[in-house]
Design a protein around this ligand. Structure first.
Ligand code: NDP
Length: 290
């Protein structure tokens, strides 16, 4: 029987996940369907449980439900716990017919794979700056720390969120040598005669979605810095322009992360690692004509 998978969010019609997962299925010969389903903010938890009861095998979760999806899972992976959010759910049935819903977060792994394997970005021993302290930053911090950077700075418009996130991830580190994780305001990055400079600058705010350009000192970049925006399409343009002004040669947007987090989910569900380059190129081409 054909297995059924879906993505849910609200709104959901903009989601590229059906296109990506159907391409993975076609490429790997996996017998599955994948559809977009509108999530109901009033009854999200019962709605999702009902979908699983009715035979759904796995679900991707996007805005604004990633935090609520955490509460639906009976078992969480470590990275979902550290992210405080779930973007991938699946159901397991045991021999007695009992079911367990599992929850994972593949966003950070998707970003790291894109940065490491496609962008050749510096991660190990790198000084990393993350701008923004929302759900996306929380999701990528654990996987970035696992790459053993030299330090991570989180800068946010509301500095208290950056400080809280930094403190949580500083104290959660289990290894013998703790990697420094600090937080500050956006304006603190501009202060002083010589602001700190970073090897990798990750734009993780939603400012670009409203067309806003962040007021960032170009001196936080150096000749070899890599800039990455988690957003893609028009929302990534303000930061792309800033990176150009800062003299950064290597800029990447969030489309690679989107495809890689989907590949990670597909592998969890089906045990098959899909190739991602072709679908990424197809999505990029469709964005450029949109
Ligand atoms: P949240 O709503 O959780 O957080 C938004 C963040 O943006 C906060 O830090 C907020 O600051 C900041 N912000 C919003 N507007 C401005 C502004 N005008 N100036 C400065 N800071 C601002 O969003 P997420 O963390 O979930 O998402 C962030 C981005 O990451 C989005 O663009 C999203 O599309 C992208 N993303 C991409 C993924 C991919 O696969 N490529 C996956 C997940 C996310 P404050 O705290 O002060 O309000």
């Amino acid at each position: 029987m054909t297995d059924v998978y879906a993505v849910t969010g609200n709104p959901i019609q903009h989601s590229r996940s059906p296109e990506i997962h159907r391409a993975f299925a076609a490429q790997s010969g996996e017998d599955l369907t994948y559809e977009a389903r509108l999530g109901d903010p009033k009854h999200f938890e019962s709605q999702v449980r009902e979908w699983f009861r009715a035979g759904l095998r796995g679900l991707n979760v996007t805005l604004p439900f990633k935090e609520r999806a955490l509460g639906i899972a009976d078992r969480l992976t470590e990275r979902a716990q550290s992210a405080g959010a779930v973007n991938t759910l699946w159901i397991e049935t045991n021999d007695q017919g009992g079911t367990t819903i599992h929850g994972d977060n593949t966003d950070g792994a998707g970003l790291v794979r894109d940065l490491r394997e496609r962008q050749g970005a510096p991660l190990r021993d790198a000084r990393i700056l993350i701008i923004g302290a929302g759900g996306a930053t929380r999701g990528i911090l654990g996987p970035l720390l696992a790459q053993v950077p030299r330090s991570i700075m989180i800068a946010n418009r509301s500095p208290e969120k950056a400080l809280a996130l930094a403190a949580a991830f500083r104290s959660a580190q289990a290894g013998p040598v703790a990697i420094p994780v600090d937080g500050c305001s956006l304006s603190a990055l501009q202060n002083g005669g010589a602001p700190p400079s970073f090897d990798l600058i990750i734009q993780a705010t939603s400012a670009g979605m409203a067309g806003h350009r962040l007021d960032l000192d170009t001196r936080i970049a150096h000749r070899g810095s890599v800039a990455c925006d988690l957003a893609y399409g028009p929302a990534a343009e303000p930061f792309r322009k800033w990176a150009q002004q800062a003299g950064i040669d290597h800029f990447s947007d969030g489309l690679g992360m989107l495809v890689e987090q989907a590949a990670e989910a597909f592998q969890i569900w089906r045990g098959v690692r899909p190739a991602t380059q072709e679908i990424l190129e197809r999505l990029r081409a469709s964005l450029s004509v949109a």
